[in-house]
Design a protein around this ligand. Structure first.
Ligand code: NAP
Length: 540
């Protein structure tokens, strides 16, 4: 149910918290904050809940984390009653799950769907936020952004797109009614996690698929399949332990990274370890050895192993060579997992264009022109997102003194703990830049943030605090720490990575997520709270 209020109703003006977004973050923020007795309103631009999963409905869209842990842990009954059908849930199953959560916790009564926030302005005199939508202004003490990290579509600015006679789509804004690709000549631009999921599915439907690849990518087999009753029962019996490991891990997954160096074992043992991980499938491959992300030499062993696999799968040697990544190490960009991605290039109706060697010059009415014209009926942009900062800068946030967040972040995002920005009192950013977020299984990162924020607001209420803001000093120290930690890894070296903002022309190159691991980060956040919110100024 959607509520639309007229202006100046009590419900609009006497809110404790406005939450922007009704995906994994916003739904839990509402549930948790409301259960603490706060008056909360959620504003969601989509016409349904689900956030990222509301929009991403492209062919093959499914989660790269496994279903039983890409889910909420906060409610014992919820996790025991929900039955996942596949090892990696498809987009509609995740949406069904989130809709179930919204129903189960009676969240809809405090969510305004189809409501896009245009601006949010902090009022110094009252220490409140004014949140403006197209038809009204809400006033709240605290503003919580739950806008996601990968929700602002990045459509490349290619000359001639407006002249294209066929249809084009971005994967992150896929039409809800679906797109009939049968018998069509389809082009997919981009070979990140999304493109790698879509290619094999589109290849089966389209008459011909041309993949436009700028950077070759590593990918590990997902090994998807149905969840058996026995597996389901086993997971449910072990849920406490699984959730504990998730919280104690580096990436929020229920497995720990090996403590053994890839260089401490002989080649036969190393290969056997990789083979086992390859057969098992999933993102766990990167946990095979301790130093895959800290030692170039160790990383080379994993990268070489995958390069060999690509050559073994792809029959045409020239295509295999084009598909072989050489400019970055495995998992220094977000590693995809796939179902028959490399195998798809053995089909007679799939061709590959290396647009680094043969760049896209323009889009014509008939298709995409590199050195030659590739005739197409449909273009699919799997070109990713203006990650992490895009969703926060997509509307006009103004802090104390009317300073726009866009100005504050002109040289790149700065935050304290990825939770607050100096000069923006009473604003909390769930999975903001500077937090583990995208380096983590997202629901794990989200739950930690929501719980920290909720506990913080309870504390403020108990102490009679109406204004909380981080200091520039704490922010500077945290940004320096985020950089330092990132540079202890190989991650900043992947020059085309969206972690760095490198995929969006003109975006400042700043390594955005916190690479120190979820467990370490959560401990830091807990210590900050225990010390009376050190690094934040609390005032009445
Ligand atoms: P992405 O990783 O940023 O990949 C975008 C692709 O488009 C890259 O191959 C990029 O090439 C290419 N590209 C961008 N602009 C281009 C241009 N102008 N011309 C030619 N190629 C261009 O985006 P994504 O695949 O959507 O994935 C983003 C993230 O979303 C993932 O890393 C993951 O965290 C998340 N995701 C999760 C799931 C899941 O769990 N279910 C599924 C999909 C995505 P370059 O590499 O050269 O920039």
């Amino acid at each position: 149910m959607t509520f639309r209020n007229g202006p100046d109703t009590d419900r609009d003006t006497q809110l404790d918290v406005v939450v922007i977004g009704a995906g994994f973050s916003g739904l839990y923020a509402l549930q948790r904050l409301r259960s603490e007795g706060f008056r909360v309103r959620v504003l969601e631009q989509g016409d349904g809940v689900g956030g990222t999963w509301y929009w991403n409905r492209y062919p093959g869209a499914r989660c790269d984390s496994e279903s039983y842990y890409y889910s909420y842990s906060f409610d014992e009954e919820l996790q025991h009653e929900w039955e996942w059908t596949e090892r990696y849930p498809e987009h509609f199953e995740i949406r069904a799950y989130l809709e179930h959560v919204a129903e189960r916790f009676d969240l809809h009564r405090d969510i305004d769907l189809g409501t896009r926030v245009e601006s949010a302005t902090f009022d110094d005199a009252t220490s409140t936020w004014a949140v403006r939508t197209a038809d009204r202004t809400l006033t709240c003490r605290f503003l919580v952004t739950a806008v996601g990290c990968l929700s602002t579509a990045n459509v490349p600015d290619i000359p001639g797109l407006d002249t294209f006679a066929g249809e084009w789509f971005h994967t992150g804004r896929w039409p809800h009614e679906g797109v009939d690709l049968a018998g069509k000549r389809v082009g997919i631009v981009g070979t990140g996690s999304t493109g790698i999921q879509a290619v094999p599915v589109v290849a089966k439907e389209a008459a011909h698929l041309t993949v436009f690849q700028r950077t070759a990518n590593y990918s590990i087999p997902a090994r998807n399949g149905p969840v058996s009753a026995a597996e389901r029962a086993e997971v449910k019996a072990r849920y406490d332990e699984i959730r504990r490991i998730q919280r104690e891990s580096t990436n929020g997954h229920p497995f720990l990274i090996s403590e053994v160096s890839a260089l401490a074992v002989d080649e036969a043992e190393r290969t056997a370890t990789y083979e086992k991980a390859w057969e098992r499938g999933s993102l766990k491959f990167r946990a095979s050895f301790a130093d895959l992300l800290t030692s170039r030499e160790a990383n080379d062993t994993a990268s070489d192993f995958i390069r060999d696999k690509i050559r073994a799968v792809v029959r045409d040697p020239a295509t295999a060579e084009k598909l072989t990544p050489r400019d970055h190490g495995f998992a220094t960009k977000r590693p995809p997992i796939d179902t028959d991605y490399f195998e798809a290039y053995n089909r007679t109706n799939v061709s590959l264009v290396d647009v680094r060697a043969d760049p896209i010059r323009e889009i014509t009415p008939a298709g995409i022109r590199t050195g030659e014209e590739h005739p197409l009926d449909v273009i699919i942009f799997a070109t990713g997102f203006d990650a992490m900062t895009g969703p926060l800068l997509g509307f006009d946030i103004r802090g104390a003194g009317g300073v726009p967040l866009r100005t504050k972040w002109a040289a790149g995002p700065v935050t304290h703990l990825g939770l607050q920005v100096a000069g923006f009192p009473n604003l909390f950013t769930i999975t903001g830049p500077g937090s583990p977020s995208v380096l983590c299984n997202m629901p794990t990162a989200i739950e930690q943030h929501v719980e920290w924020i909720a506990d913080c607001l309870v504390h403020l209420r108990e102490k009679g605090v109406s204004r909380m803001e981080t200091t520039e000093e704490a922010e500077r120290a945290w940004v320096a720490h985020v950089n330092e930690v990132a540079h202890q890894t190989l991650l900043p070296q992947a020059s085309t990575s969206w972690y760095l903002g490198a995929n969006v022309p003109g975006k400042p190159r700043v390594f955005m997520p916190y690479a120190g691991g979820m467990a370490t980060y959560a401990k830091t956040c807990a210590e900050v709270a225990e010390k009376g919110y050190e690094g934040f100024v609390l005032s009445a």
